[in-house]
Design a protein around this ligand. Structure first.
Ligand SMILES: [Zn+2]
Length: 296
């Protein structure tokens, strides 16, 4: 049974390293079916979704993890977000007059800019880390991010194929856990280097073709490793009438009233999922007559 839209955790018995492995198919297909994206951006969306899905799996609390790159290039913004329950979505903004070439890297397309990783817990403070978008591809940008931010050692390997019939994206993550075993810091580092060197030998083709067990066997057959049950990953948008209403409320009555004068109604289309939200003058009036909306 091939692994589709699945995420699996694995741990090594002899080292404080854990991993996540993921394959996206339907969820990725649903995202790139929208937005009229050029091939090069479809591929990058796959990488963003895979990376976000892997990083989201490391969240210990309810919340949303967002990975976003923005800059002055023809791909001005690309982002994906993921909840702890593995609901993924992604979007990109680009210059449609630019002739996108599939050989161009993330850094070339986004231009001078930044990569940010934001964690928004349902309860608690928002955290954001930012690095300059200097290395060529997303995986190396993230490596740079984790090195600079002095967070726990984390490495990611990504692959995406926009294939016309069956688009597929895949990812592998290794993360050093806080020390639990009776190994020295030096030994821990050696084990980490050993595991990442082995993971470096995986090719994007193998990530896209082999199932999770085969990939892990191919890389770590000499190590004792435990693979946990697969969890489903899906495309899902968190937009709702309540959230849109709250955004409208913050725009203010005056601004909305001028939109109503001009267009007759306030129309909002979610760019992630194409959901249409329509508000009449009466809806807007009601909104300001009642107390401020509360986000559930
Ligand atoms: Zn939506």
């Amino acid at each position: 049974m091939p692994d589709r839209d699945k995420l699996q955790r694995f741990i090594f018995d002899q080292s404080d390293i854990r991993g996540e492995i993921l394959t996206l198919e339907k969820s990725y297909g649903e995202v790139i079916a929208r937005g009229n994206y050029p091939q090069a951006i479809k591929r990058l969306l796959g990488e963003f979704m895979a990376a976000t899905g892997l990083l989201g799996a490391t969240l210990k609390f309810d919340g949303v993890l967002t990975l976003q790159a923005q800059g002055d290039g023809p791909l001005s913004m690309i982002m994906a977000d993921c909840t702890r329950h593995h609901n993924l979505r992604a979007i990109a903004r680009f210059d449609p007059s630019y002739n996108f070439n599939t050989d161009e890297s993330l850094a070339q397309l986004v231009g001078k800019g930044t990569l940010s990783l934001t964690i928004d817990p349902s309860n608690g403070e928002r955290y954001q880390g930012i690095v300059l978008l200097e290395p060529e591809n997303l995986a190396s940008c993230l490596e740079d991010y984790f090195t600079r931010s002095e967070q726990i050692r984390t490495r990611i390997w990504l692959a995406a194929d926009t294939g016309p019939d069956s688009p597929k994206a895949a990812g592998l993550l290794l993360q050093a856990l806080p020390r639990q075993l009776e190994t020295s810091a030096e030994e821990n580092l050696r084990l980490w280097e050993h595991a990442t060197q082995l993971a470096n030998t995986i090719t994007p083709e193998e990530q896209l073709i082999l199932d999770h067990e085969e990939q892990l066997h191919r890389l770590f057959h000499q190590d004792q490793l435990r693979l946990f049950e697969a969890k489903p990953v899906q495309f899902s948008c968190s937009c709702s009438k309540e959230r849109i209403t709250q955004a409208l409320f913050s725009l203010g009555e005056k601004e909305l009233s001028s939109i109503l004068d001009e267009a007759g109604l306030v129309a909002i289309d979610c760019q992630f999922c194409d959901q249409h939200y329509r508000f009449t003058r009466q809806d807007i009036q009601q909104l300001f007559d009642e107390s401020p909306p509360v986000l559930h």
